[in-house]
Design a protein around this ligand. Structure first.
Ligand code: CP
Length: 303
């Protein structure tokens, strides 16, 4: 039985296979509408979510399966003090596969050690969000026609943005990626990730001003400043609007730039950018459903 806790639980070849399967699902969705008949997915969200939970649920429904679960810890027995592992052992009696989101960084791993069914980490703490990374990789593949030999800018909260951490870890396995890291000094990538970039001899640079580097980017991955991870509201207020992407700033960017954002956004991309063909973030949302269909099939050993 396989779980997905970190993006590195999948080999590069497995990721490429999931991307290929997603493309097949997109081309012929009706071929897959009975694949999970009589299978159940539980979505256990101890933290808020719109896209991840609903895309998992839509994915399972489009595969012909059923869903159950909860969207907040308050409506589960976690509110009465039940441990994550007891919850998982319980839900494993009702479901064939579980997608869970939790604020505690070790929670999905602890859950997987006690679980009778595959566990998918749907985002934990400020550390990892592997299914968002699969979504991002499928989006890069579909928008650029390839994942290697491109310059990728990461902009915003690179310290607490778990999607950034997972995506950098994944892109380190692809050839010819140039990493351009744009953040306030206080929100740079964590030390372990910088060590990993150095260990892989990655081509990377760090900057504070987006306008200094926007012209060289093929992909711009914007992120929200993660209010929920700050210890101090004053620091959040000071940093929250560090970067606001506007049409004016995009004048200097490549005509075929791809702008990604895991969403939700707050202020970091002006709404006027949404109609620019370079804005990919709502296409990215849709890709999230297809790659999760592929992942559910893989973990249930249906491919
Ligand atoms: N990208 C993402 O994780 O969005 P949600 O928090 O809405 O699930």
């Amino acid at each position: 039985m396989r779980h997905l806790i970190s993006i590195t639980d999948l080999t590069k070849e497995e990721i490429d296979e999931l991307i290929e399967l997603s493309e097949k699902i997109i081309a012929n969705p009706t071929d897959y509408q009975e694949v999970c008949r009589n299978k159940k997915l539980a979505t256990l969200f101890f933290e808020p979510s719109t896209r991840t939970r609903l895309s998992f649920e839509a994915a399972m429904l489009e595969l012909g399966g059923s869903i159950l679960g909860f969207s907040s810890a308050d409506t589960s027995s976690a509110a009465k003090g039940e441990s994550v592992t007891d919850t998982i052992r319980t839900v494993g009696c009702y479901a064939d596969i579980i997608a869970m989101r939790h604020s505690k960084e070790g929670a999905p791993l602890a859950a997987s050690m006690k679980s009778m069914v595959p566990i998918i980490n749907a985002g934990y703490g400020g550390h990892q969000h592997p299914t968002q990374t699969l979504t991002d990789l499928l989006t890069i593949q579909r928008e650029k026609g390839k994942i290697g030999d491109i310059t990728v800018g990461f902009c915003g909260d690179l310290q607490f943005g778990r999607t950034v951490h997972s995506l950098i870890s994944a892109l380190l396995r692809y050839q010819g990626i140039k990493f351009v890291l744009i953040s306030p000094n206080e929100l740079k990538i964590p030390g372990y990730l910088k060590d990993s970039l150095k260990h892989h001899k990655a081509n990377f640079s760090e900057h504070e001003i987006l306008e200094d580097v926007i012209d060289g980017l093929d992909v711009l991955y914007m992120t929200r400043v993660q209010r929920e991870r700050f210890f101090n509201e004053a620091d959040y207020v000071r940093l929250k609007d560090s970067y606001i992407l506007t049409l004016d700033k995009l004048k200097a960017a490549k005509k075929d730039l791809s702008i990604l954002h895991p969403l939700p956004r707050v202020n970091e991309i002006a709404v006027e950018v949404d109609d620019d063909p370079r804005a990919c973030y709502f296409r990215q949302v849709l890709n999230g459903k297809y790659i999760r269909m592929a992942l559910i099939m893989k973990l249930l050993e249906l491919v």
